[in-house]
Structures are given as structure tokens and as C-alpha cells.
Design a protein. Structure first.
Length: 483
């Protein structure tokens, strides 16, 4: 449906507001009702509630530089708390049906790229720093300037590359793909299963989960990912109680003694704002923060515009209502996520499920946020999910992010080659930063070779110089005798 159609479809005569809440959220003005907002709030929660399972698994499966791991129960509490608070703030302050939670892709950067270089406190400090910088960019108006500096195809390639990276993590976490030991002296780095073939009940659970998830997605079932996680967790519990299984990995699926428990807020406030500078080089820290800003920054812009357009809320000039406040709240969500050790929180495209149910205002966020708050007391139930039941969601999310590849013009080499390198380098090097850097450098180089250097924004030139130093950091350190 086009934006023009959406505007046309709105009721010509605005019904009178029922009460103060209606007037505050403009429920009647936007052609909605309390019933639609409530249904939309539930739909959004059940569509994105998988993050309560996936975020603790992704962050909890990684170790920092000193071998420390984050507690799964505390991660679940932190994830639910930040999602609840920031979703409600977005509803009240931004008045959009736009829920927020720990960002997939962003948490992968934190877990597998940042944490191995420093302590968890330092890594979460970088998230807080990233959020603060985003807020500064919003206040100064520089966010739009940076948006214009990065070509749209490269933004799309970044999303696609992160999608492939996430899917690869899902395959590895489930044991569907394993690394071949170096002693094998083989040129093949990974293999199917643990021995070149699939075996064992846990991997079967993963395979069935992938089939169930893609089947539900194909049928456009609302909450497909969550339904798959819940279903395969139940299957895993049944299998675990009847079969002799050596190991499920980090989490063994079994019925907990208690379903309800008090939240564990032990991770709140555990961050060091500038500690990372003492653990790794300043240029590495700058590039890591830059990567976080890029990932959060552009996903948010696309999500905000997409959800607003779907809800028919864009004005005649295609502008999002309350955009400044919305972007500022999204930046604050990143700060809150880092301060709570839940990784950077951001706006969720799954909010479209709520819009599909009729949500048009921030009142729906009160429902979604309230459900996340309720989840604070259900951590024992949420931490029995094995990797094999949750990993299919990573594959599904990878697919959803991959769909943006259709928007890239593959006939223009000056765009296609940088986009390809961005997409390919991320999973192949197990690094999102490497992919972004490869794409930026290739774009600047090809534009220069074609005599189009002036078309490259100065911000992109600056970023490319940073990436050049990043890739050449070892010879540079040797040259200047830096250790």
C-alpha cells in the first residue's frame, strides 16, 4: 500500500476523543481504538519476545578477554528491564507504536568482536559511549549528515552481511556446522556436524526448528519465531527426559523447579565508560564505536521510517512525526542497554506486527512494555531454552535481513563490488567491522579509479582512512615500535 493510499484511507471525520488518554496519544485522531492498540501491543510483544531468549544466549555464550562469562539469569532480567522501560518511554515520549529491545547484530558485535578484546565492563562502556554519541548526533543534527554520507546500497549491504553473520552463528551454536581442528591439516575450515555428518538428538531439534520457523514465516504467522522457540523447547524437554544425551551445550532443557522467581539485577551499572582505551589501541576503540554507531544508527532510521509509513503516519513530505524525540529516545535506549549490560537496545522492525493489528500510537507500547515487565518474574521459564531450539531464530532473522540484497544494483560495479565485499567479509572473517571496512575502502578506491572521487562524502573519506589504519595496524605498530 502506498503512502498516498494510507493517507486517503484515514477517516475523513475524526471522532471525538473518549478521554484524556485518548487525547494524549491521539488514538481517535489517528483512526485507531483502544482495542486495536491493545491487540497491537500484544502482537508486537509476542513477535519480538524471542529476544528474551536469544540475547542471553548470544551474550552468555561469549567470554571476555579474561575468560569471564555473563550470567544467563541476570542477562534475561537486564534484557527484559531495558525493553520494558525504553518501550514505554518511546510510547509516551515519541507516541509511535515502536518497541525497543537489545538489537540482534549489535549484540553479536559485543559478544564476538568487542568482549574478546577487553572486560565485559569495558565492552558495555563502549555501548554507553555509542549511545551518548548518537544522542549528540541527534541534538546537533549531524545524524542526518552522516546518513547522507553513506550510499544507500552500502547501508543495505551492511544489513545483509550482518544477517549472514547471524545465520552463521546460529548454525555454529546449534552444532550444525563445526570448525575442523587445525591438526587435520585440511583446507576446509568448517564441516557439517561434528564429524562431517549430522548426528544426535540436539542437532535434530535444530533442524526441525529451522523447518518449523521457515514454514511459519512462509505462512506469515504472527509470532512465528517465538512459536518455533517455544515448540522446539518443549520437544527438547521431552527428548531430554527420555533419551540418553551426552550434552546440549550451555543450556540443558528441563522443567525448572520454579516458574516464577525474583529478578536478578546483578548486572545493572556494571560498565566502564573509558576502560576500553586501557585494554586495546585507541584506533581500535574508535573503529569499534564507529561500527556500533553505524549498525544502530542506520537500522533505526530504516525501522522508524518503515513503521511510520506502514502505519500511515508520515506527513505530506514523508516526515516522521516527532522524529527528533524518537531518535533521541532510541539513542538513550543504547545508553540504557549498555548501563544494564544488556547490549545496545534499538527500535524493532517486528513492531510492524503491532501495526498490522491496528496499532497507530504509543499506547500500544504501554501494553508491550508491560508484558516485558511481567517477563522479569519469569526468568526460570525463559532460561531452559537450549541453543538448538533458539538458533533457528538466528537463521530466520538472517534470512529477513538478507532480503535487502534485492535493492542493490548489481550491474553497477562501483556499488556492487563494495557491497559484495561488505556482505562476504563479515561471515568469512567472523567480524562485522572487517566487512564494513572492506566495503568502505573498496567504494572509495573504485570511485577514485573511475575519476569520481568528488562524489565520495568527506565523512566517508575520513572513515576509510580509519579503516586503512585498522587493517594495517600491525605494520604501523611495528613501524613506530608500539606494543
Amino acid at each position: 500500500m502506498s503512502e498516498t493510499q494510507k493517507v486517503t484511507d484515514r477517516p475523513s471525520a475524526v471522532p471525538p476523543a473518549e478521554n484524556g488518554v485518548d487525547r494524549f496519544f491521539k488514538i481517535s485522531v489517528r483512526g485507531s481504538t483502544f482495542g486495536r492498540e491493545i491487540r497491537g501491543g500484544f502482537a508486537t510483544f509476542f513477535t519480538m519476545a524471542y529476544i528474551l531468549v536469544l540475547n542471553p544466549i548470544i551474550l552468555g555464550s561469549a567470554k571476555d578477554k579474561f575468560g569471564h562469562q555473563l550470567d544467563a539469569v541476570q542477562l534475561t532480567t537486564a534484557t527484559a528491564l531495558v525493553a520494558a522501560v525504553m518501550t514505554i518511554i518511546m510510547g509516551v515520549g515519541g507516541n509511535l507504536p515502536l518497541a525497543l529491545a537489545a538489537g540482534l547484530g549489535l549484540n553479536a558485535v559485543v559478544a564476538f568482536q568487542i568482549a574478546p578484546l577487553m572486560s565485559w565492563d569495558d565492552a558495555m562502556g563502549l555501548i554507553v559511549l555509542e549511545g551518548l554519541l548518537i544522542c549528540v548526533l541527534v541534538v546537533t543534527g549531524l545524524r542526518e549528515a552522516v546518513m547522507h554520507a553513506i550510499p544507500q546500497p552500502l547501508k543495505q549491504a551492511i544489513s545483509v552481511g550482518i544477517g549472514l553473520f547471524i545465520a552463521f552463528i546460529g548454525f555454529v551454536d546449534a552444532g550444525f556446522v563445526t570448525r575442523i581442528p587445525d591438526v587435520a591439516q585440511t583446507t576446509v575450515p568448517v564441516q557439517l556436524g561434528g564429524t562431517g555428518s549430522l548426528s544426535g538428538w540436539p542437532v535434530l531439534v535444530f533442524c526441525l526448528g529451522v523447518l518449523l520457523t521457515v514454514g511459519l514465516l512462509a505462512r506469515k504467522v504472527k509470532g512465528a519465531i517465538l512459536i518455533s522457540i517455544v515448540t522446539m523447547t518443549i520437544v527438547a524437554i521431552i527428548i531430554n527426559s527420555t533419551a540418553d544425551i551426552k550434552s546440549w551445550g550451555l543450556t540443558t532443557p528441563k522443567v525448572p523447579d520454579d516458574v516464577v522467581a525474583s529478578p536478578d539485577f546483578g548486572l545493572l551499572g556494571h560498565f566502564s565508560l573509558f576502560g576500553a582505551f586501557g585494554e586495546t589501541s585507541a584506533i581500535t576503540v574508535v573503529l569499534l564505536v564507529f561500527t556500533l554507531i553505524l549498525s544502530d544508527f542506520f537500522d533505526t532510521m530504516g525501522t522508524v521510517v518503515g513503521i511510520s509509513a506502514e502505519a500511515g503516519l508520515l506527513d505530506e513530505e514523508g516526515q516522521v512525526p516527532n522524529l527528533g524525540r524518537v531518535l533521541l529516545i532510541d539513542g538513550a535506549a543504547a545508553v540504557a542497554g549498555g548501563a544494564a549490560s544488556a547490549s545496545s537496545s534499538t527500535s524493532y522492525i517486528e513492531s510492524a506486527a503491532g501495526v498490522g493489528e491496528g496499532a497507530r500510537t504509543g499506547f500500544a507500547n504501554l501494553i508491550t512494555g508491560g508484558l516485558f515487565a511481567l517477563a522479569l518474574f519469569l526468568t526460570p521459564l525463559l532460561t531452559i531454552v537450549p541453543l538448538q531450539a533458539a538458533a533457528p531464530a538466528l537463521v530466520a532473522v538472517g534470512f529477513l535481513m538478507m532480503t535487502q540484497v534485492k535493492h542493490i544494483d548489481w550491474d553497477r560495479y562501483e556499488i556492487a563490488i563494495p557491497a559484495f565485499l561488505t556482505i562476504a567479509v563479515m561471515p568469512f572473517t567472523y567480524s562485522i567491522t572487517n566487512g564494513i571496512g572492506a566495503g568502505f575502502l573498496a567504494y572509495v578506491l573504485i570511485k577514485s579509479v573511475l575519476g569520481k572521487a568528488k562524489e565520495v562524502h568527506w565523512l566517508l573519506w575520513g572513515a576509510s582512512v580509519l579503516f586503512l589504519v585498522y587493517f594495517a595496524i600491525d605494520p604501523i605498530e611495528q613501524l613506530f615500535n608500539v606494543k
